[in-house]
Design a binder for this molecule. Structure first.
Ligand SMILES: Nc1ncnc2c1ncn2[C@@H]1O[C@H](COP(=O)(O)OP(=O)(O)OP(=O)(O)O)[C@@H](O)[C@H]1O
Ligand SMILES: [Mg+2]
Length: 352
């Protein structure tokens, strides 16, 4: 069992879209496993896609958000604000079997629904837990790990895999996600500011200073103080590769490679921050081997991507043809699907 956080300190890079696609595809490829998505973003975008997209997904979200008890991530956080230091073992109450609401996703896919209340709870998490016992920071940072443990226990520890969609900000709930995860997937888009964002991830999570003398994050310092494991870098994904023409494709590759070089530099000084995979693989001993193991690309599938998210149909099961949504009819064509489906399929084959 592995727990993956999908995070970058930058908005709009495809965290939620990839969470939706990767979790759905992982569930399809591994029907014998249970797959859990924990949506730790107040925007609840991956929840919306999983639950059926713009129309059905949003309707279900509203229903879930207005039903008491609130079966969302915020319902569980509320339990923890009431019982910060003692696990209430209530995590199993907060799971939704996605296929009961959206038949397009595999039956073995489960979700802890995202909730905008997280934003309001964030400051209460801090005020409810500090001051507290000496290791209040450590206990609080294990809340989401406790939630996942409860759910896995309710599944009798069946073989499973967990994906956590994160908010771009390095807020308390992102910290809880990172402390729950054993592995980190970093998506980025190929624009000029992506390199800076990836450097921010490396500095906030792993304490890698951008400039000599820079202060390290409390998250890094406290995790180290309490000897808590940091999530190990598992993949970085150049997302939304556009192939309009060969020059845009090569511009994209240049940015992806630049970022790859940056991360390769970290590998050379801190290989313990990475998760060599698949299990049993030899440790990469060249930049080329490093990139084969850690660097991935996902193409922009244009209309097919929009339709996939808007209708909550995982891209690997989306068929070409006319699709209706938001009162309009659009055409998904096969070449669009052929651009992205092989990327997602292959990427998921590399997720253990
Ligand atoms: N590979 C892709 N091809 C086409 N569209 C994509 C792809 N990846 C993401 N998108 C689209 O890009 C937009 C931003 O993606 P998404 O919402 O997943 O980003 P995010 O990182 O979760 O953003 P936020 O930081 O706001 O949570 C969405 O409209 C999504 O559908
Ligand atoms: Mg998102």
């Amino acid at each position: 069992m592995a727990i993956y956080a999908i995070w970058n300190n930058k908005g709009g890079v495809g965290k939620s879209y990839l969470t939706f696609q990767l979790a759905s595809e992982y569930a399809r490829q591994n029907p014998e496993k249970k797959v859990l998505v924990v949506d730790l973003c107040p925007q609840a975008n991956s929840s919306s896609m999983l639950l059926g997209g713009m129309s059905d997904g949003e309707r279900y979200l509203t229903r879930i958000h207005t039903t008491q008890p609130r079966r969302t991530i915020s319902g569980y956080i509320e339990d923890r604000i009431r019982s910060p230091y003692m696990s209430p073992n209530s995590g199993g109450d907060y799971v939704t079997n996605v296929s009961q609401l959206n038949y397009r996703v595999p039956v073995n896919l489960y979700l802890v629904v995202g909730d905008e209340q997280l934003e309001i709870q964030a400051s209460r998490v801090t005020s409810a837990t500090f001051p507290g016992p000496q290791d209040a920071w450590r206990i609080t940072h294990l809340w989401v790990r406790d939630l996942i443990t409860d759910i896995l226990t309710s599944w009798n520890d069946e073989d499973s895999c967990v994906f956590i969609d994160c908010n771009p900000s390095f807020s308390i709930y992102t910290e809880l996600a990172l402390s729950a995860a054993d592995r980190l997937i970093i998506p980025f888009s190929a624009d000029g500011s992506s390199k800076r964002a990836v450097k921010a991830v490396l500095s906030l999570v792993y304490g890698i200073r951008r400039h000599p003398g820079d202060r390290q994050s409390d998250y890094y310092l406290e995790s180290t103080r309490y000897r808590m494991a940091l999530p190990a870098i598992y993949m970085y994904i150049g997302n939304r590769l556009t192939q309009m023409n060969s020059s845009s494709a090569s511009a994209f590759k240049t940015v992806v490679n630049e970022i790859g070089d940056e991360i390769w530099g970290i590998w050379q000084s801190s290989p313990q921050a990475f998760c060599v995979h698949p299990h049993g693989s030899p440790t990469p001993n060249s930049k080329r081997a490093f990139k084969v193991m850690f660097q991935y690309e996902v193409n922009d599938a244009n209309t097919a991507s929009v339709v996939s998210g808007a209708l909550g149909i995982p891209i690997a099961s989306l068929k070409a043809g006319q699709k209706d949504f938001a009162g309009r009819s659009v055409t998904v064509n096969q070449p669009q699907l052929d651009k992205q489906v092989p990327n997602i399929t292959q990427l998921v084959q590399n997720i253990e």
